[in-house]
Design a protein around this ligand. Structure first.
Ligand code: FES
Length: 243
């Protein structure tokens, strides 16, 4: 398909999003300042729609297990997702937003005159976001930093059979920070009968509880969805010689 009109620039405020379809694929149109992005609305980890995922800088976070995707490239920025989402090219024509099923090469930028309300043409960008939005963005950034800290700690735990850390193996399905320094991890094993399972679970708990910010870590094992090799990162594949 070529470019098709999906909305007007004025329908989408800064930080806003719109569910659209691009060639029968559910997609999200997102505005950050003057830039517009369109990505596939489906987390590649386990199929969760990204519709309600918080924005973290130029990334969107999956509301289910916390994988993040770059809005510009679609690239998966952290576990548990290892594959990126599709991006779609966006064009702004006369204050109207058009989207095509071709991959995005760059975000579309709205002309300054498309900003709602002002009435005068100016070369300056719109006013800074309101305080509540800034607070939400700061919270999202703090959450992302905490996730990175947890995953860095969990990377210290090595599966003794494959000699690859459990994060890059794709065994971690989600890490949730609760009140009072409690952290809950949902993870799996490469097979239900994995003999190293108890050792891996114990080491994962210890790795997290060594962090200053963590009081207690609880590990919940699940076999649903079951682990499959495509959950591994490229680094893990390289290590195991899988191409
Ligand atoms: S479904 Fe999105 S991170 Fe698991």
């Amino acid at each position: 398909m070529g470019f098709e009109r999906v909305a007007s620039v004025t329908e989408l405020p800064d930080g806003g999003r719109l569910s659209i379809e691009v060639d029968e694929t559910p997609a999200l149109l997102i505005r950050l300042g003057e830039f517009f992005y369109a990505i596939e609305d489906l987390c590649t980890h386990d199929g969760q729609p990204l519709t309600d995922g918080p924005l973290v800088g130029q990334e969107i976070k999956c509301p289910r297990h916390g994988a993040r995707f770059d809005l510009s490239t679609g690239k998966a920025m952290c576990m548990p997702a290892t594959r990126g989402v599709r991006t779609f090219a966006v064009e702004i024509r006369d204050s109207e937003i058009f989207v095509s099923d071709e991959p995005a090469k760059a975000p579309a930028k709205a002309a300054v005159t498309d900003q709602p309300v002002t009435g005068e043409t100016t070369n300056e960008t719109s006013a800074p976001a309101a305080a509540p939005e800034e607070t939400a963005a700061q919270t999202a950034l703090a959450e992302a930093a905490a996730q990175d800290e947890y995953l860095t700690a969990l990377r210290e735990v090595i599966d003794p059979e494959l000699m690859v850390n459990i994060v890059d193996l794709g065994l971690i399905y989600g890490v949730t920070a609760l009140d009072g320094g409690q952290v809950e991890v949902e993870m799996t094993l490469t097979s239900p009968a994995c003999p190293a399972g108890p050792q891996i679970v114990h080491q994962a708990r210890m790795a997290l509880e060594r962090l200053e910010s963590v009081e207690t870590a609880t590990i919940k094992l699940t076999m649903s969805p079951p682990w499959t090799p495509d959950r591994m990162t490229d680094e893990a594949r390289d290590h195991l010689g899988i191409f």
